[in-house]
Write a protein that binds this ligand. Structure first.
Ligand SMILES: [Zn+2]
Ligand SMILES: [Zn+2]
Length: 181
């Protein structure tokens, strides 16, 4: 991911030749140590906003209150901010009932509005309007992007409705035909 330091643009790449730092389009080879010094693991930076947890399972088992698990619904409930091994930042984690497998899961948001279910591996897509505050909690998401997903959902609902109606007509047609012959 790129960042702007002073007036120059800087980002890192990693390829077969190793780790490189790119400043204003110029590539510099750097060691893993240098890279880690500039991009420390979040658990090492002394952040007071979050807690370090070994993995998702530990978080779910020991850090999510039982009542919270019991009342979980399709509206994700905020648990807290956590960082896991290998993370260079922290994320808000939510408890929710997965609409696919109906199990209670704890996860953080990825790709704007997806919550990954730790049980079935499916992605629960949050509603851009109903879950707006959750989607925009950790990252800035523009109104344009939210509108894009709202329209996308609408179109998907319309498509589903159409195929449902088509199925209904088909069944009706078959029944009528059978009745007539
Ligand atoms: Zn933190
Ligand atoms: Zn699931």
């Amino acid at each position: 991911m790129g960042s702007v330091v002073g007036h120059s643009e800087c980002y890192y790449i990693y390829d077969a030749n190793g780790r490189k730092k790119v400043v204003d389009g110029k590539e510099y080879l750097i060691t893993e140590e240098e890279y880690r010094r500039e991009n420390p693991y979040h658990k090492d930076v002394g952040c007071t906003e979050c807690s370090f947890v070994q993995d998702n399972e530990t978080l779910f088992t020991y850090l999510v209150p039982r009542e919270m698990k019991e009342r979980a619904t399709g509206d994700p409930e905020f648990v807290g901010k956590f960082t896991l091994p290998g993370y260079t930042g922290h994320f808000s984690f939510y408890v929710f009932k997965c609409p696919f497998c109906m199990k209670v899961s704890v996860s953080s948001i990825s790709s704007v509005r997806r919550l990954w279910c730790t049980h079935c591996g499916d992605y629960y897509r949050l509603d851009p309007i109903r879950h707006r505050s959750i989607i925009t909690r950790d990252r800035e998401v523009s109104d344009e992007v939210l509108k894009y997903y709202t329209d996308k959902d609408k179109e998907e609902r319309r498509r589903k409705q159409r195929s449902y109606l088509f199925g209904l007509f088909l069944v009706f047609g078959i029944v009528t035909t059978l009745f007539l012959i």
